[in-house]
Design a protein around this ligand. Structure first.
Ligand code: AKB
Length: 274
């Protein structure tokens, strides 16, 4: 998300007014060359705080996180990376009177006890992945800091996001991006998500638009803080394979579900974002 959001922010607000950071240096050369780009560890409170203060930053979009698939390899590390970094952002938000913060939540916030179709804003949040647990914690912290200090944090519960610009990064919905690369490279895809597993998805430009619309909205219009339901469309792996076959007729798909299948099955099939 950060890759494409940075490009959009630079064109809307001017490159000099946008600071893009990552812990890694292996991002696209476009990101590095077309504006500010710095290496930063969001778990290091002092480093983050000084960075924000020295540049007079007044709004933060915090996207660093370990996603649902990778999170299961080391739940303790996932908790640390996702929640400690968010807590650093909340603390700096309060201390430096940051005007607005965006931290995305995810459909991973749902799990046990939901109606899988048209899951509502108020549905119970009992995630089964550690990533989902961190997202629920961050949603609730966003609300808490708003009530306590008036800190303006906003967020949406993103479905799987499909980008043509950046590779997926350790999520359960990664299959829906990987499939295109394998279709072009080998005309075959081995899906770790099973046939018939319907999941909510969204095209990246729509996700970017949602962040901008929410960030620019007047606070008086907001009823929620870090946890707006948002939806686009839902499909299963075979639906995507059928579409790809229209362009690559000899494309084939096989199914070899792994541990991510269980995570996918705990998520809603469709989301009510009314
Ligand atoms: C993941 O699969 O972990 C993410 C998400 C739904 O938040 N794409």
């Amino acid at each position: 998300i950060g890759t494409e959001l940075t490009t959009e922010f630079r064109s809307r607000y001017g490159s000099d007014n946008v600071y893009c950071t990552d812990i890694r240096d292996d991002v696209s050369s476009q990101l590095k060359e077309e504006g500010n780009y710095d290496i930063l560890n969001v778990l290091n409170y002092d480093e983050l705080s000084n960075f924000i203060k020295s540049r007079n930053i007044d709004a933060i979009v915090h996207l660093a996180a370990i996603l649902s698939g990778r999170g299961e390899n080391n739940p303790f590390n996932c908790w640390e990376v996702n929640t400690v970094s968010a807590m650093n952002v909340f603390k700096i938000g309060v201390e430096q009177s940051i005007k607005r913060i965006f931290i995305p939540s995810s459909m991973a916030a749902w799990g046990l006890g939901i109606e899988p179709d048209n899951v509502s804003q108020a549905s119970i949040l009992r995630p089964t992945s550690i990533y989902g647990v961190t997202k629920v914690a961050i949603e609730r912290l966003a609300e808490y800091f708003f009530l306590k200090y008036g800190l303006d944090t906003r967020g949406v519960r993103f479905p799987g996001i499909i980008s043509s610009e950046a590779l997926p990064g350790g999520g359960t919905t990664d299959y829906a991006v990987e499939i295109f690369y394998d279709a072009i490279r080998t005309k075959h895809y081995k899906s770790f998500i099973n046939q018939g597993t319907l999941l909510p998805m969204m095209y990246m430009p729509d996700a970017i638009k949602s962040v901008i619309m929410l960030m620019e909205a007047d606070i008086s219009k907001l009823r929620y803080h870090g946890d707006y339901n948002i939806a686009a469309f839902s499909f299963a792996p075979e639906d995507l394979a059928d579409e790809i076959k229209q362009f690559i007729p000899d494309f084939t798909i096989e199914y070899e579900p792994d541990f991510r299948q269980k995570i996918a099955e705990s998520w809603p099939r469709t989301i009510d974002d009314s």
